[in-house]
Unconditional design. Structure first.
Length: 328
């Protein structure tokens, strides 16, 4: 939304300057979503749900500063590694993405569904039940391939489907608001959580979070290559992986404010975002709202997305690589 609102401000800027500003707004928004999730348990977007689980537990124990520092450093590491890979390996990554067909997409969707439902949930049955509910909600709306209205019951408001933001707010934000409102009038309704520790990470915390940052980045980069889906799958896969690894430790910390539970999902989300940013230039894929806004400056510069990054267009190829590396 911020990218769309500030679009008119870029009409007087150079294309590269405008896209650099867009990159700052876009990646700043990704981290901003986690701030609300960590501090208030109300994620600003679906990509911040996984980070909010352990991040909010850390905040409730007075470690909000460490949770925010972990998220900020993870966002930086995931984004910078993904952007570096984009600059040096974008053609080969784009060629790999172009080989995806219906069979590959089906296999990927099946893998994502089964992996998330079994890795994240404590029980496989409950995970599959949540998967079934999610699939039922996702089927509402007009099918993009055939134009057929599915489960809309003649209600025009359902033609666009049910937004994941609506589901996120309904399940998390509203529940948290009602929980806080239920404490009004109680003796502890105005109790403040005392901040403990320092507003930065210690060496021990940094060493504990570093492997999770790298694992999260490894999850996010491949999913960013594929011209479909978002960052929800890699963030939950990173969260589930860290949860399984934490269970093997002598003193499990998940559910008590684990720093790895914040580091992994945050790095995965931003690594996916960096790859999707470059993908919209390499293959002109514009699935989500920020990308059409970011592609608009290219119209005035005769730099067509996809074509400008190919070796057949050496004149505009340099402009494309500058756009791909603008998150730096």
């Amino acid at each position: 939304m911020a990218v769309g609102l500030l679009l008119p401000l870029t009409f007087t800027l150079e294309p590269l300057s405008a896209l650099t500003m867009f990159a700052g707004i876009y990646f700043g928004g990704l981290f901003g979503d986690s701030i609300a999730g960590i501090l208030m348990n109300t994620p600003g977007n679906s990509t911040a749900i996984a980070s909010a689980f352990e991040g909010h537990m850390m905040a409730k124990k007075g470690r909000a500063a460490q949770a925010l520092a972990t998220a900020a450093i993870g966002a930086f590491i995931g984004g910078i590694i993904a952007t570096t890979l984009v600059v040096f390996f974008a053609p080969s990554m784009a060629s790999l993405a172009e080989q995806f067909g219906p069979a590959e997409y089906f296999a990927l969707a099946l893998f994502a569904f089964v992996a998330i439902s079994t890795v994240v949930a404590d029980s496989v049955v409950r995970g599959l039940a949540a998967l079934s509910i999610g699939l039922a909600l996702a089927m509402v709306g007009i099918d993009q391939s055939t134009g057929t209205a599915r489960f809309t019951f003649g209600i025009p408001a359902l033609f666009d489907g049910i937004s994941v933001v609506v589901i996120t707010v309904a399940l998390l934000a509203i529940g948290e608001v009602l929980h806080v409102a239920s404490k009004v009038g109680r003796p502890d309704d105005k109790t403040l959580i005392k901040t403990e520790g320092r507003p930065w990470l210690s060496k021990a915390e940094f060493r504990a979070a570093l492997p999770a940052w790298l694992r999260g980045t490894a999850f996010g980069v491949p999913f960013g290559i594929i011209p479909a889906g978002g960052a929800e799958v890699p963030t939950f896969l990173a969260y589930g992986t860290e949860r399984k690894l934490d269970a093997r430790r002598k003193v499990p910390m998940f559910g008590k404010g684990s720093i790895q539970g914040v580091a992994g999902p945050e790095a995965a989300g931003n690594a996916t975002g960096a790859r999707r940013w470059a993908r919209c230039w390499r293959s002109a894929c514009r699935r989500r709202p920020p990308r059409p806004c970011c592609l608009s400056p290219s119209v005035s510069t005769a730099c067509s997305p996809g074509r400008c990054c190919s070796s057949a267009a050496p004149t505009s190829s340099g402009r494309c690589w500058r756009r791909c590396s603008s998150p730096w």
